[in-house]
Design a protein around this ligand. Structure first.
Ligand code: FA5
Length: 371
């Protein structure tokens, strides 16, 4: 048996050294150390040997087994490192070759214009506020002087969330306007105040070239002593002038650059626009006004965006109603204020000459990559 063991050892070591792949090495391992391997069977035979031979044979078998296991481990290491070398030498590396092009995203045009708007108003001393998109009926309506029976609720078709109504603040709605942040901010900071609130709003309405169910507005609120609509006019004029270059009142004709604007140009439009104020009704202001801007898409000749009028409704505004100041905890005898809410999405359309509002949320890369 001693002789046989010696032969197995020599033979196994030679075969291990010859195994050039992991698979070949595994086969050698099975042949000698597997369940029915040659060494395994011999070791099982030790039980049948005479008692005095068992210890010496047992020791010898274990030594051989250990030697083989070490040889297997060494050979496996060599095979692995040869594999890596081969992969490296097979790999094609050309450090001068041009790199793979990655598609890098960029800021959405809506956000680009939002940042511009924020910058302009920040420079004029306005703080930028935020509010929840899932808003309570109270802040979206009641706090803004629109009780549940008020017909003005029909002006903004509302998405209601399925939830047990809160005793104090009623049901949850997807806010239909950014105006709820007016009362929230007054409650928190009191007067005087100078804020803008950019944000998304939602309305259950049919879409067309200038109407979306989900769009962005920018709310503005200024509360202080001796405030009048003249200040609002001045602020809006300054804002639009900084954004578009030159803004003109309805009485003065704007100087216009010629040429039509189209989405394919995707350059910010920088030319005079005309604005006009007209009376408007919102229960949370008194008096109320609306501001229209001349349609830059058709140079006022009429198109589907401006509904062939040459003018686009851009903003609602007015002097904050005393009931709203009261809801915000502000004494209307000491303080007055004005508020406005304009369509940021419509502003982006005018800024870049986009002739359909729905393109902005379409996720269409052919459109987005132009900005
Ligand atoms: C309001 O939402 C009032 N909260 C504005 C306001 C604020 C008035 C403060 C007074 C004081 P209105 O529903 O008109 O008002 O919307 C304001 C602007 O949002 C519109 O002038 C228009 O530019 C834009 N807008 C309204 N509906 C849509 C729509 N479906 N899609 C895109 N833009 C819209």
């Amino acid at each position: 048996m001693q002789e046989l063991l010696g032969k197995i050892k020599t033979q196994a070591l030679a075969e291990i050294e010859k195994a050039a792949s992991a698979e070949a090495l595994y086969q050698v391992q099975v042949k000698y150390l597997g369940r029915k391997g040659e060494l395994t069977l011999l070791m099982q035979g030790i039980a049948d040997l005479p008692k005095e031979e068992k210890p010496a044979m047992g020791r010898m078998c274990n030594e051989i087994k250990q030697a083989l296991e070490e040889a297997f481990a060494r050979q496996q290491e060599q095979i692995d490192s040869a594999d890596i070398q081969k992969k490296l030498s097979d790999a094609w590396v050309d450090v001068t070759a041009p790199g793979a092009k990655y598609n890098i995203g960029h800021i959405h045009p809506l956000s680009q214009v939002q940042y511009e708007v924020e910058q302009i108003f920040s420079d004029m001393g306005f703080a930028i506020m935020d509010g929840p998109e899932a808003e309570s009926e109270y802040y979206n309506f009641e706090g803004l002087n629109i009780p549940s029976w008020h017909p003005a609720r029909d002006m903004q078709d509302t998405f209601f969330l399925k939830q047990t109504p809160d005793k104090k603040h009623g049901r949850l709605v997807l806010r239909t306007q950014t105006s709820p942040v007016q009362v929230r901010t007054m409650e928190k900071y009191g007067a005087p105040l100078r804020i803008i609130v950019p944000g998304r709003v939602f309305r259950n309405e049919a879409t067309d070239a200038s109407h979306e169910h989900t769009f962005s507005q920018v709310e503005g609120l200024l509360v202080d002593r001796d405030i009048s609509l003249a200040h609002l006019k001045g602020v809006m004029r300054e804002f639009l002038t900084r954004l578009f270059g030159r803004a003109h009142g309805a009485s003065a004709m704007a100087e216009r650059t010629s040429g039509s604007a189209s989405a394919s140009e995707a350059e910010p439009i920088n030319k005079g626009i005309r604005v006009r104020f007209r009376p408007g009704y919102f229960p949370f202001v008194e008096p109320g006004v609306e501001l229209d801007m001349s349609c830059l898409l058709c140079n006022e000749t009429g198109c589907r965006v401006c509904k062939h009028t040459g003018w686009l409704e851009f903003m609602g505004a007015g002097m904050v109603h005393p009931n709203v100041l009261k809801a915000g905890g502000i004494d209307s005898k000491k303080y007055q204020g004005w508020a406005f809410g304009f369509g940021l999405t419509r502003l982006v359309m005018m800024r870049y000459g986009i002739d359909d509002i729905r393109l902005l949320s379409s996720g269409d890369l052919r459109f987005l990559e132009q900005f």
